[in-house]
Design a protein around this ligand. Sequence first.
Ligand code: NAD
Ligand code: MG
Length: 400
Amino acid sequence: MTGITILGATGTIGLNTLNVIAQHRHQFKVIALTAHTNVSRLAEQCVKWQPKYAVVSDEAHVDLLHKELKEKGYSADTEILAGVEGLIKVASLPEVHTVMAAIVGSAGLLPTLAAARNGKRLLLANKEALVMSGKLFMQAVQNNYATLLPIDSEHNALFQCMPLNKKNSQAIELDSMGIKQLILTASGGPFRTFTAKQLENVTPEQACKHPNWNMGRKISVDSATMMNKGLEVIEACWLFNTPPDKIKVLLHPQSIIHSMVEYVDGSVLAQLGNPDMRTPIAHALTWPERIQSGVDSLNLAEIAQLHFEDVDMQRFPCLRLAYEAMLAGGTTTAILNAANEVAVQAFLDKQIRFVDIPTVIEQTLTNLTGKDASHLDFILEDDAQAREVAGIEVQRLAIK
Ligand code: NAD
Ligand code: MG
């Protein structure tokens, strides 16, 4: 039995992970489940999975979870922990072999890093952790012999299209594998065909309605601004040890090809499948073995045609900002990430307009200079500073 901790169990990726595991109950033992504040969903999951630990964000939610479990007549011996210390603990336990890192945003950084430092098999959905701390994170993976497997569908696709010798070493140069470039596909999100004028009036509800994927609200807005693809470019740079100029973004509205690897001989390898996160999750759970995920077979005759187009960086400046931040290096990508988190939340709270999101980020990047990112303290300092600067920018732009 493989002991597993699911960080962010109540989110979209967490639910999909439990869905796959439920199809293979004899293979996995759920050791810990974590949530932020969604106590009722976590309580249901406890009843079903009887984990050794459950983690919530603070003491108040510990009490609420106790109460909820008592009302359900729950009698299993589950220890309830709180806060980031609890998250770090359940990501580090010796009986945990695999950690699914599926907390959204910077809140996932410390527990995800703890899993790497403890040499776990780390299933990485929480791309923001890598964007914030790429160098440090990859060093932790290598120094502690962790196995890092990408859950983001594009990176999982790239990983699947790479030669076998890549599979256990994160430090191989793409050149030495004959790889010319990585082609990250992007659906373009719900506003792909919108004019700049139309983008001025879009609402959070529209932004959260992704045409192909059902995701959490933050990543849905990121997909709509294309910052998600920007974060993914940065993620790919770290995962595959490559500079950003070797990563091309290609619009593919149907999300059937999840990404491609182009080799120097002209071969292009692609990974295809229905847009369902259970495929990369199942792949990573048992790699290099394959297990059923519950995803339907791909019916290409029905799809008939696949479409592609280039990205318009004018309408979607977030992608440009991400490339620039990666080139600038150091803590600049942590600054980009923090400013984006602040701006997205302000948009979801209807404080600023959709088109103000890149303005907040660009202004924050202009006001701050990134520094060396080899210490966690530097990263956390710049993250905090960026949130402050972005907050001021939000106030300046706030809808009257
Ligand atoms: P979600 O909003 O549905 O779920 C987020 C999870 O994180 C929840 O369990 C929530 O309780 C927890 N959480 C939120 N804030 C927290 C905090 N401050 N402290 C502790 N826990 C907290 O998000 P999601 O769509 O499942 O995405 C999770 C991560 O996976 C994100 O980093 C996202 O970019 C990445 N990802 C998601 C998808 C997808 O299809 N949903 C695809 C690729 C990558
Ligand atoms: Mg993705």
